[in-house]
Design a protein around this ligand. Structure first.
Ligand SMILES: *Cc1c(COP(=O)(O)O)cnc(C)c1O
Length: 462
């Protein structure tokens, strides 16, 4: 299995090489050259398997022979052992035909743990085998950073630097990043928005001297291994509702398009998915784009679902690559136009996207209202991101096809918004009740590439 860049100008890599490098050297994102297929019988055979066994069967064909079967199964087992729920991704019913996939039972209470815990294991194994060391730099709107720090803290062959927008993450998110005491963890509060964090990260990847000098690796959802790990729960959820003999649809609270793109891969592998519904908050570039074809960036408007407060949705590039018939030059052209503010998706590509994706947008008031009513009528306390999903799903779902909405974070991660909406302040799970007492460690940084690069170089030289 080889991986190719969405911009067509970088060498094809193995799974392990693509995982360790993150972004392609032409600025593109890695995607598999071909998509492995699962037949109806292969899918039927998943019934009754554990999450880990399902994960092994779904991911194995993508991973290649860098990892043996035995090692890969062992790393999967280690990745999910720390989850607070035996099912890992339990499915609960909200209403007739509407289900919630709870993806928040990992160590940092957001779905990011599914991918990050696994790639922590994969990195460690691969780096030890190769006798190499890497510097991971990540940009986060809150959840990726805490999940990455949790997954990589204390590992011998890795330093992990996380850029988060100063003052724009929740207190729980911030503390999850600033309280780990391990010396290889570096939380950096950047003066700017998430998009600034993401832009500086891309700049570092495109600055080859720095990139090669520190052996830069990325664990944002531009990293293919992240997307792959998320494909698994689309299978486990659909199978528990009768796949492959019944179609299901999914609604996904969306920011960077990584999570929903994993659903698209599941569909391409053969999982019978009817609709994939993109749910956005007031930062609705994806909804506008899927509605009109215009991908135009504007200001970020901070919301109560901050993990979706973004304008440039990195993984959308992967969907565009397919929609443009895998024409890397066409994608590179769009990404150039994006630097000047935006682009228009061609009619043919828009139709190709709409074959799989629908979209909806939810205002702040409607998000709060949904938290309130979901608690009152469905017995479920939702985080604001999950509420955006549930709102869009309720408006758009077809009663003939079961709808699964992804619950992307635990309500206790966003207690202020949840309390404002419902009057209930959700408590943290027992295993992290001392979060508010642990000392914090963070470095405030300017939105300046040269300053960031020298800080990173100094820290890893120690
Ligand atoms: C990251 C995140 C999202 C958005 O996921 P993408 O893969 O970036 O689309 C939604 N909700 C929560 C809670 C998140 O942490």
């Amino acid at each position: 299995m080889r991986y190719i860049s969405t911009r067509g100008q970088a060498p094809a890599l193995t799974f392990e090489e693509a995982m360790l490098s993150g972004l392609a050297r032409d600025g593109g994102l890695y995607v598999p050259e071909t998509i492995p297929q699962m037949s109806a019988d292969d899918i039927r055979a998943l019934h009754g398997l554990s999450y880990e066994e399902t994960a092994f069967r779904v991911m194995r064909p993508f991973v290649g022979d860098g990892f043996t079967d035995e090692v890969f199964a062992d790393l999967i087992a280690k990745a999910y052992a720390g989850f607070g729920h035996g099912a890992r991704a339990p499915l609960v019913q909200l209403a007739p035909g509407h289900f919630l996939l709870e993806l928040f039972h990992g160590p940092t209470l957001a779905f990011k743990d599914f991918a990050m815990q696994l790639i922590g294991q994969l990195f460690q194994e691969a780096l030890e085998r190769r006798g190499e060391r890497v510097t991971i730099v990540g940009a986060t709107s809150g959840d990726t950073g805490s999940a990455a720090i949790e997954a990589f803290k204390g590992l011998d062959n890795v330093d992990v630097f996380i850029l988060f927008p100063h003052g724009r993450v929740s207190e729980v998110q911030r503390r999850q990043m600033t309280t780990p005491a391990e010396a290889n963890v570096h939380a950096l509060a950047l003066d700017g928005h998430f998009d600034d964090c993401q832009a500086r990260l891309k700049d570092m990847f495109n600055h080859f001297e720095f990139r090669d000098g520190v052996r830069l690796a990325g664990v944002n959802s531009i990293n293919w291994a992240r997307v792959l790990a998320q494909v698994v729960y689309y299978f486990s959820a659909a199978v528990s509702l009768g796949a492959p003999d019944r179609k299901v649809s999914f609604t996904v609270p969306t920011g960077n398009f990584g999570d929903i793109f994993a659903g698209y891969i599941a569909k391409k592998m053969g999982l019978p998915i009817d609709r994939l519904v993109v749910a956005t908050n007031q930062n609705d570039i994806l909804h506008r784009c899927l509605s009109s074809g215009d991908y135009q960036t504007s200001e970020v408007h901070p919301s109560i679902s901050p993990s979706m407060d973004i304008q440039v949705s990195s993984n959308f590039e992967r969907a565009l690559f397919d929609a443009y018939g895998r024409d890397g030059a066409a994608v590179a052209q769009l990404m150039d136009e994006l630097k000047a503010g935006g682009f228009k998706v061609s009619q043919g590509a828009l139709e190709a996207l709409r074959e799989h994706f629908d979209s909806g947008r939810v205002s702040e008031e409607d998000t709060l209202e949904t938290i309130r009513t979901a608690h009152a009528t469905m017995g479920e306390l939702l985080c604001p991101h999950s509420a955006v999903g549930v709102r869009v799903a309720e408006a758009q779902r077809d009663p003939a096809t079961p709808m699964i909405t992804l619950a992307t974070a635990h309500p206790a991660k966003f207690p202020d918004a949840v309390e404002k909406a419902s009057g209930i302040r959700p408590p943290l799970p027992n295993r992290m009740v001392d979060l508010y007492e642990r000392p914090e460690r963070v470095t405030r940084v300017q939105n300046d590439l040269a300053a960031l690069e020298s800080l990173i170089q100094e820290r890893i030289a120690k």
